[in-house]
Ligand binder design. Sequence first.
Ligand code: HEM
Ligand code: HEM
Length: 190
Amino acid sequence: MIDQINNNQQTTTYDKGYKWLHWLMAALVILMFMATFGFAQANTDAAKIEMLTGHSSIGSVIFLLFVIRFCKRFIFKSPRPKHELAPLTNVGAKVGHLTLYSLLFYVPVTGYLSARAHELPVYWFGQLNLATLTGYQQSSFEMIRSFHQLGVQTLMVVVVLHIAAAVFHGLVKRDGVFSSMWPDRKTKSE
Ligand code: HEM
Ligand code: HEM
């Protein structure tokens, strides 16, 4: 609330809401990357169904957090820090963040479509079966899943670059970019 009062003031760090959303989503997305091994190791239908249940449920939580984050950032335009960066670095950061936002939308949506087309039941939170497209076709499932996989692989690359950039700012540049998203720092309004 105090953050809202300070809407027009310059802030040096992301507020608590941004930080919670950022770190919760970061942890969940990295956990979801492990599905690469999880699905590869699931040898029986029962193991695959269990994997699909957990994966689709956590994926939906990520999507819900994405919607909240998107509204906070782009619709309500909650204030964010403005860093003093070289013009090229600034463009790079903007492009990188927009790419991350786009992939955080694209990956869960293509995941959902893969679940819809799946041969096995995908019990969302152990309840609702998402795999309800009638007439399972191996080729269409594989095509949709390959879109999901491509999105995941692109997200992995962008996240690695993002982390490298964040660490570079934190250890080499020491320009306040890293600490602006770091949980321990108190926001200006506190
Ligand atoms: C940020 C969110 C997500 C990430 C990072 C993610 C990641 C992954 C990964 C790493 C795989 C394994 C790909 C491989 O075989 O190498 C996968 C497969 C899959 N994901 Fe996701 N996923 C996400 C969201 C979702 C959601 C929301 C759903 C469904 C509601 C979903 C459904 C599926 C399905 C059906 C597969 C294919 C499983 C199979 O091969 O049988 N994903 N995902
Ligand atoms: C899956 C993992 C991650 C995702 C999807 C992600 C996503 C994002 C996004 C979308 C932003 C832009 C925030 C905005 O302006 O609205 C951001 C900012 C930031 N992230 Fe991450 N992030 C991840 C992991 C990390 C990690 C591990 C670190 C630290 C090592 C980190 C450090 C930062 C920093 C310092 C900022 C602020 C950058 C700035 O204001 O220019 N992120 N992150």
